[in-house]
Design a binder for this molecule. Sequence first.
Ligand SMILES: *Cc1c(COP(=O)(O)O)cnc(C)c1O
Length: 454
Amino acid sequence: MSDARRRLPAVSTLLEYEGVRALHTAAPREVIADAVRRSIETARRDPAVGPDSETAWVAAVTAEVDRALERSLRPVINATGVVLHTNLGRAPVAARAIAAAQAVAFGYSNLEYDLAAGSRGSRHGHCARILCELTGAEDAFVVNNCAAALVLALNTLADGREVIISRGELVEIGGSFRVPSIMNKSGATLVEVGTTNRTHLADYQQAIGPRTGAIASVHRSNFVIEGFVASVMPSALAPVAAAAGVPLVHDFGSGLMLDLAAWGLRGEPTASDAVRAGASVVLMSGDKLLGGPQSGIVLGTRAVVGAMRDNPLARALRVDKFTLAALEATLELYRDPAAAVQDIPVLRMLTMPTVAVTARADALCAQLKGRGIDCDVVATEATVGGGAFPASRIPSSAVRLLGGQAGEYDRRLRGGRTPVIGRTVDGHLLLDLRSVTESVDELLCSSVAQALNR
Ligand SMILES: *Cc1c(COP(=O)(O)O)cnc(C)c1O
């Protein structure tokens, strides 16, 4: 054993250091003892860089304790300029949605209890009334996410049978969501029709046969194709499906509940449009443009929605009470579109006037400069993200960090107490204010200053 190793302090010695004893107010004894053992272990592996004073040992143990207590899932600040960022948890939810979830979390609820009858009820009934009211659907229910809704719809309608789908819609929507892979898991066999760029009504008509369980129409959420293209809208497909007695499943995705054309966001159908188009069942996400919690919303005819609820698979895909509470409270805001745009964070961020975003960037820049951080404000283009309005660019403003390496700034901001995620453009790290909820502007400032030691 080398001299350096022999000089390592004992666990009991470190535990007696004043600075280590002080940690007891913040951490349980076992966590501190583990941190002490890990610190010694680390120093044993590389004695040359190990702590060499009481202060240094206390710092090492404190860092180990911090690491041990750090939560896996933590709030971050999304300064990427992508409002619906799937990696960053998609939609932040409205304050009243959080309050509603908190209220049912705090105690018991009528999750599966029929208060009028005084007996067992069904969780699948929650949110149905308001979803029908807002979209014009005959019936509705909620599952874990849109992918789950698609599997459930196809398993209910076409298990062991065929599903007809256009080759132009066999797409990948997120890192782990390939429409064909998910659809195959439902037990249905895919029958592909048309070509990547062109599919016609006749292609569907020719494919309908005795083994057809359903026709599927999947919204091309995250890309646009242009040029020599043709596709069949659900509204044109619906009468053909109805004439053949085959259900039409429309995976609509975004969950847009309001027309945002007044704010320059055009070309996406709303949920009401999708219901009106006449599919037997429309499926969408709760945490994209709807701006609610992660969920898969099923809107459709009484017969199809009822059959999906009765499918044993619905039990495996069910949502919890927090989700239902938060979703219902979010949906309530849509009864007054002005309130929805004001209070649903996603809509508020997407519709905020660019001058207001720029004013926030200016304020942040001035505060950071006051703390000695070199930066300026630049005009940017933000995006909706989350597979909606793929071609739309929203004018925005960002604080650009200067006088250092973008990679180093990025690493330090990600490593802070409240991590800040920006985006690098032309060698500079940008903090785009369009995707930052206003309520965290102050926190953004202090987090950046702290991460850069100012
Ligand atoms: C986003 C999306 C999905 C997946 O939704 P999740 O809620 O993430 O499961 C499915 N289909 C379409 C068309 C989408 O846009």
